[in-house]
Design a protein around this ligand. Sequence first.
Ligand code: PLP
Length: 473
Amino acid sequence: MAITENSVNTDITNNNDVLTCETSMVNGKTWEQWEREFPIIGEIRALRETGWVNPDKIPCKKALSECELTMDDVRDASDRLERFAPYLAKVFPETAATGGILESPLREIPQMKAELEQKEGTRIPGKLWIKLDSQLPISGSIKARGGIYEVLKTAEDIAIRHGLLRIEDDYRAFDSEKFRKVLSQYSIAVGSTGNLGLSIGIMSAQLGFRVMVHMSADARQWKKDMLRSKGVTVKEYESDYSIAVREGRKIAEQDPYCHFVDDENSQTLFLGYSVAALRLKKQFQEAGIVVDQKHPLFAYLPCGVGGGPGGVAFGLKQVFGDAVHCFFAEPTHSCCMMLGMATNQNQDVSVQDFGVDNLTAADGLAVGRASGFVGRLMRPFMSGCYSLTDERLFRMLATLADCEDIWLEPSALAGMYGPVMLTKFPAFREYIKKEGLEGVITEGTQLVWATGGSMVPEEEMKQYYQTGKRFFY
Ligand SMILES: *Cc1c(COP(=O)(O)O)cnc(C)c1O
């Protein structure tokens, strides 16, 4: 599909529609009642860029001690990925250079920092770095962490159950007829806006699983085409992500040989994402970046349903404790995590409940109802959430391409506005004061998590870029 004016949300024109919508009830309360209790709902309904500071964040040590998941779980996931590394290096030659460890580069982006400061009329404290999950091998997005991990874990469980494998063995054995024959009796299913389907589909097909991907209306055509070319069954929905997931789950439940990757509830996915933090710690050390109380780290994570950014943030809190401050970033039309967390209703509210359409060009973030599992688990850890318009995503997409030659998909730019929000949004400035960070923030690191882009076809990327230029500063 070509990017037209219409596929980019122009918030200014949409404002009135939403505000004049008829009032309806949400969980027993009118919109007016909700808005009185949570003024941010007014901002969300008006599609204004806004932010929320989490009043329930507590000291990290205490939060970790009360958490159902631990560092042992993160390490277990990391160990599993290491066991599979020789297999991955064998079947995906592009991963051979890193020995089958799927990891992305970390880069400082000083020109982008200067550009943002000038265009936004602000000073970004400390250094600006970007984590290029856009370049993760196999599927070119953050989903290459969690999605691939869950498929691998499922394959390992089955192989062990069938007496084919012990964890001490050489996992290259998965690349054999014997293993593929057993795995082909099983299937993997997933609901997705595109990128998760891509990761799960490619990995599952490689292992010999049968695989069905339930794609929401947001999924780009090239992602469906690529999957079908690999023998993956792609079922398309005209509805949004939540429906695609629900339908996929329903079909999978009827089949005992089907494993459903549940993006809304899966601890396995979540832990796969969390391993990123262990790797980042090493990369920081190699780059000479210190993270401690005197050198705070701010991480801005594009958020859809929440598993990816939640898992990464969880890992970051495990590794860096109170020195890291994590924010979820979402489009104004799909800010489901901010809505769920700010109201503490988590998965019991959707943006559509409040008349917001969940239409965004950031297909990876086009989710109207957040994961309740992630919202609850991350409640004591997160610093906050913020939203930004699609125009801004596109504008920053073009700016980043121009000044750093980094090419991302729209979703992946959501984190880029974090450093600006931090300095401009009153509640975030208040947060810096309250946390006692005023004196040290200039010694710290601003980290933008760039979640996808390298697989986008050139023609499509060109259109993204041109759209960005149209909305230019
Ligand atoms: C999926 C995705 C996200 C968000 O991950 P969730 O687990 O859905 O919150 C962010 N960016 C891109 C590019 C994605 O594909």
